[in-house]
Write a protein that binds this ligand. Structure first.
Ligand code: NZQ
Ligand code: ZN
Length: 394
């Protein structure tokens, strides 16, 4: 296992009624005038907005609003947020929503302290963003999936070709996040399950790495994956199943908190996200869905091209899906089939064609996916390999 630093600077307030700490905790973090940011308005329909205003009034905290942050959030929303924050002399940001709102607010937090375009703050060759200061940020998560509530990442869509760019820096970790599973009861089935696919993918991206003998990380990871497989169908059956929503919400947070399941392993470029982001760029497709679409093909491709890693795929099949099969290749293939069955059960589209992808776009998607370099870790994934994986997924 390699050396590592483990730090999760975000405090999580988890469970029913945690909204009650909002006002005092903002104040404790130095907030007196806040930028309250949210998405397309779901928080006004389900009562979360009213509950927040009540807390702010009680604590005598004033606010200005940024609304209308879209899924796959655009840099224009970030620029607008920076303007509103600065014009109103805000000193704190409260992001209420899913990953898109949270990510836009992380970019705003860094942008308000930077004298230049926020696009300068996307990750550079060092693998981190060049951020020297950020405004304090808290989040109220309303949908489980991205892990943005506990991590240092933000994904922002820029330009005419809707390229997804990443900000990565510990200074944008939220100061605290309120995680009330009841707030996720109203998430529509499609987005709930896309979130589940996203969580599972974050776990898999950290699992399928060269073996670093990082046993604690891998066994914990397998445990969280099993919980996700077990509890997602319960949400399908009953969207107001508190314990299932709670387990999925905490799995979302744990999957990327401090990138804890890849500690001590070689850093790697999240190949499934590299491919998925290009599908979102091209078709504005929901993030989690893009990942479910490419994962089985990527697994089969890697199993075939790098058979030396079959023991890892077989271990995944045995420990996560309880497959009893001695032969590594056979066990691995059974694992992929079980995963496909799970995606089917949570109603993910069966293939890229069903998801509306055009075959003639695959070449461009492949080209763009590797613009920042090879996506491989277990085996090289350049343009040709992405194209093969995409064709297989089509
Ligand atoms: O905008 P509103 O009206 O709130 O509706 C949203 C949106 O339409 C709705 N929703 C959220 N909570 C709800 C609700 N509807 C009813 N009741 C609620 N309680 O759900 C829709 C999707 O929301 P969005 O925030 O886009 O979803 P998600 O959380 O999946 O975020 C996706 C974004 O996060 C990025 C993705 O690339 C994508 O841009 N990611 C961020 C990461 C990070 N920061 O670490 C890692 C991820 O891998 C991912 O890349
Ligand atoms: Zn993701």
């Amino acid at each position: 296992m390699d050396n590592f630093i483990y730090s999760i600077p975000t405090i999580a307030y988890f469970g029913k009624g945690q909204i009650n700490i909002l006002g005092e905790t903002i104040k404790a973090h130095g907030g007196s005038k806040i930028l309250l940011a949210y998405g397309g308005g779901s928080i006004k329909k389900n009562g979360i907005y009213d509950a927040i205003l009540k807390q702010l009034q009680k604590a005598d905290i004033s606010y200005v609003e940024l609304s209308g942050i879209q899924p796959n959030p655009r840099v224009e929303s970030v620029d607008e947020g920076i303007r509103i924050y600065q014009e109103n002399n805000c000193d704190f940001i409260l992001a209420v929503g899913g990953g898109s709102t949270l990510d836009a607010c992380k970019a705003i937090a860094a942008g308000v302290k930077y004298d230049g375009p926020v696009t300068d703050l996307f990750v550079n060759e060092s693998g981190l963003s060049n951020i020297a200061a950020a405004a304090p940020l808290a989040t109220i998560l309303t949908m489980a999936g991205t892990g943005s509530e506990m991590d240092m990442g933000a994904v922002i869509t820029v330009g005419k070709d809707h390229k997804k760019k990443v900000i990565l820096h510990p200074l944008v970790n939220p100061r605290f996040s309120i995680l009330d599973p009841e707030y996720t009861f109203s998430v529509p089935e499609y987005h709930s399950m896309a979130g589940v696919a996203d969580i599972l993918c974050h776990l898999m991206e950290q699992y399928f790495t060269p073996d670093a003998n990082a046993k604690v990380q891998d066994r914990m990871n397998e445990g969280v994956m099993k919980v996700v497989l077990e509890d997602a169908p319960k949400i399908l059956a009953n969207p107001e199943d508190y314990d299932a929503r709670a387990n999925i919400m905490w799995a979302s947070s744990m999957a990327l908190a401090g990138f804890q399941f890849m500690l001590g392993k070689p850093m790697f470029p999240f190949p499934l996200h590299g491919m998925g982001h290009e599908l979102s760029s091209m078709y504005d497709m929901t993030h989690g869905v893009t990942l479910a679409l490419v994962t089985p093909s990527w697994m089969r491709h890697t199993m075939q091209k790098a058979p030396q890693y079959l023991p890892i795929f077989a271990r995944f099949a045995r420990n996560v899906f309880d497959i009893c099969e001695k032969d590594n290749a056979a066990a691995s293939e059974k694992g992929v089939r079980q995963l496909e069955a799970f995606y089917n059960a949570i109603k993910m589209p069966a293939n890229l064609r069903d998801a509306g992808v055009k075959e003639e776009d695959l070449e461009t998607i492949a080209e763009k996916a590797v613009e920042r370099g090879n996506l491989g870790i277990l085996t090289s994934i350049g343009k040709e390999e992405v194209l093969q994986i995409m064709k297989e997924a089509f």
